[in-house]
Every structure is written in structure tokens, then in C-alpha cells.
Design a protein around this ligand. Sequence first.
Ligand code: NAD
Length: 296
Amino acid sequence: MVAGRAWAARNSHIPSVGLAGRAVSGYQAGMTESMDRVIPAAPRFDLVGRTALVTGAARGIGRGCAIALAQAGADLALGFRDAGTADARALVAEIETLGRRVVPLQMDITRREQIAGATTAALGALGRIDVLVNNAGIGPPNKAESVTEADFDRTVGVNLKGTFFVSQEVGAAMIRGGGGGRIINLSSQAGFVALPTESIYCMTKAAIAHLTKCLAVEWAPHGINVNAVAPTFIRTPGTVKWLADDTFRADLLSRIPLGRVGDPIDVAAAVVFLASPASAMVTGTTLMIDGGWTAR
Ligand code: NAD
């Protein structure tokens, strides 16, 4: 069964129609595009019957994505840098109360053996991983003139190397499974505009937007859609100190036409869309969630 069919077969509960109100499949002579799929009668945004792995899930945007994916119906594998923290345990309990299966994983994404072990454990517990959210990331201030090699390696190691090798491990499992999948990367508005004192961070987030295109093209034949989201400043434990500075916050607000910073749910909503059947034709794109900052 080709990946597109497998993806559709798992959604056989979803009403579908072809071009003339019937299912369509197979190629026809002279056609350049694949008709080997089932066309839904209406867009579907729910994730009932799907499984999702979120990295860096303990707090902030990762936590928001995990809860939103569970609310949309997905069972969850939660990657934690430290699975023993109170934040990690609280999130597991919160998702259980939503009635979803949840698997906590020790998964420091800078450690290849933890990436492999966590992926194997998630597959063992949930059977497959349909959706991967590469959320884990760091953004320490790095004045360009004083950044050390250790600062550089740490930021690139988490944001870029970690994101790549998690994608490789989970992408390989999606390919072996033959059922397609969705990968959603956390880029940033900072990958599109420069933020002073954040050159290394900005560089990694620009690279993630391009990695997203590369993986989307390479893995499209396997039915794996790869997209990214690029948020502006979002209120999380990672940004709370910056946002507490009145001058800094006023400068931000002057650059955001919608007039507010974001909340994790603003990002989670886009992630649920990119994980859902409704975005089946979207791949290789980075969706800005920036209140219009980069549109000016
Ligand atoms: P946060 O600092 O609040 O949380 C980051 C999470 O990543 C934490 O749970 C942390 O434990 C985890 N993490 C860090 N290093 C890890 C590692 N080596 N292995 C596994 N997990 C690790 O951050 P946030 O603000 O929620 O940001 C989440 C993601 O969104 C990041 O990739 C960030 O770059 C991106 N982003 C954030 C904003 C924002 O304004 N908050 C804007 C654009 C993009």
C-alpha cells in the first residue's frame, strides 16, 4: 500500500468523495499528477487515531503543542530533557485527564542514544509515530563580538543538530512504517529578521526553515509532509525575562501590527493544522505566526 493510501485508510471513518462524488484512485494516461488518493468531502482538523511525539515538551510552546494535539484527539509521546521533573510529571497527568494515551520519554536531543532509545520506546508503546513536533530549542543571548565556541556549539547542537537527528530517527521509522507522516519544525521569526545579540540563534532558525524544504522534497515520495512554524515573541518561561523589560516589550509591540505578543496556543493551533488531514497538500513551507512583523 502506498503511503497516501495508508494515510487515507486510517481515516476510513472520514466521509470522502471523488471529483464526481466518488472515490478516485490510480493514474490515468496523460495525467501528470497523482489521483491515487481519497478526496475528503470536508476539511478535517482532528487527530483521532493519530500518534504524536513532541520534543522539549515540559513547558512553554512544547507543552502547549502537546496539550493541543491531545485535545485534537492524538495519543502522545512526550520527549523531555529531564523526564524526572515536576513539570514533566504534571504534563503527563494533564494529558491523561484528557483521556489520551501518553508515554513520557527521557530524550535530550543532543544525545543520539537518547534520541534512538526514546523513538524505540515511543514506537513500542504507541505502535507508530504519525506526527513529530521538533520543538526543543534554546536561545541564549550571544553578543557576536564575544560569543565563545562553547556557546556556538551548544546552540547549534540543540537547535540544528538535535532537530536534524530527531527528524532522521523518526523520519526513518515513518518510512519503514509506510504510512506517511507529518514533521513540524520550530523555526522562528528570528530566522527571517535579525535580532541583535541573537546571531547564532537567528542562524539556526533560518537553517531550520531551509532544512524543512530539503526534508519535504526528499521525503515527499514517502508521504511525509515537512513544514515549520515561525513564531514572533511568545510568552513562555524562555521569554518571560525579556518580556518583563518595559522598553524591550514596547519596542516589540511597535513592530507587531496585531499589537500583542503571542501565547503558546497561537503556535499550537498552527501545529495542529499542519498535523491534521486538512493540510495534506502543504509541505516545505514555513508558516509565520508573527502578528504581521515580517509583513511590514
Ligand atoms: P522554553 O525555554 O520555555 O522551553 C524550551 C523547552 O526545550 C524546555 O522544555 C527545555 O527543557 C527543552 N530543551 C532545551 N534543550 C533541550 C535538549 N537538549 N533536549 C530536549 N529538550 C530540550 O522555550 P519556548 O519559548 O517554549 O520555545 C520552544 C521552541 O520555540 C524553541 O525551539 C524556540 O526556539 C522556539 N521559538 C520560541 C519563541 C518564543 O518567543 N518563545 C519564538 C520563536 C521560536
